[in-house]
Design a protein around this ligand. Structure first.
Ligand code: T5A
Length: 217
């Protein structure tokens, strides 16, 4: 039986990491074989690129350069980790994936949609998410959460941008969800961790129950 790819998307501090951990626990209790991973990163080659991007070292070369770096990292991550795990029947939970590139580079970076589609196609080579949770929260609240967690550390390349940019990204994520309602589920992330987890677990259970062979882990 082939596995599944479930991705978590949304703005800074929306609670993706927290919710992935909760869903992983829920699925493991049900007996599923789960791996948790993240982007940019998740494989040795992609982790090497992560620092270059998030330190801001590539920012001066423009959004197209950054989009290609994210795509290079994603290609390695998919080849080395995600696709083999799916082929082995595992459920892969990934913190950010294609929708982050569509929003942060494609829309915020104002890149040509045809360029972005071509880069995405090469990076994932057919490995599309089965389900995507878009954690939606007002940008100021998400940034406040991210700031609390970061403490005295400096904001990264993308977190330091203006509130208007973050709000535009929020709307862009909602736009993707409206275009792909089958794949993308918008989750109100401005609630307690437990309330959000319960909704995400229920939606994931629905997907698993609808797939032959997944009714029990
Ligand atoms: N990027 C990434 C691109 O531009 N293009 C791409 O293609 C990709 C893949 C990655 C950056 O790279 C950009 C987007 C990003 O800017 P990152 O360091 O990996 O950066 O971090 P993010 O993915 O942005 O994740 P964050 O660390 O900002 O936040 P999360 O994971 O959404 O949130 P989480 O779970 O760590 O929670 C943040 C804090 O809030 C608390 C948590 O305890 C934590 O302290 N919290 C809550 N508090 C109250 N109520 C709740 N419901 C809470 N849920 C969590």
């Amino acid at each position: 039986m082939s596995g599944l790819l479930i991705t978590f998307e949304g703005g800074e501090g929306a609670g993706k990491t927290t919710q992935i951990s909760g869903l992983a626990d829920h699925l493991r209790v049900r007996g599923f074989d789960v791996i948790v991973t993240r982007e940019p990163g998740g494989s040795a080659g992609a982790e090497a690129v992560r620092h270059v991007i998030l330190s801001g070292a590539a920012e001066a070369y423009g959004p197209a350069m950054e989009a290609l770096l994210f795509a290079a990292a994603r290609s390695d991550h998919v080849d080395q980790k995600i696709r083999p795990a799916i082929e082995a029947g595992q459920i892969v939970l990934c913190d950010r994936f294609i929708d982050s590139s569509r929003v942060y580079q494609g829309i915020s970076g104002n890149l040509d949609p045809q360029f972005m589609q071509a880069v995405e196609r090469i990076a994932i080579d057919g490995t599309m998410p089965d389900l995507t949770f878009i954690l939606d929260i007002p940008a100021d609240k998400g940034l406040a959460r991210a700031g609390l967690r970061r403490g005295n550390e400096a904001a990264d390349r993308f977190e330091k941008e203006t509130i208007a940019t973050h709000e535009a990204r929020r709307q862009a994520f909602l736009g993707i969800a409206a275009e792909e309602p089958q794949r993308c589920k918008v989750i109100d992330a401005d609630r307690s961790v437990a309330e959000i987890s319960a909704e995400i677990s229920a939606l994931t259970d629905n997907l698993l129950n609808s797939r032959e062979g997944y009714a029990h882990g």
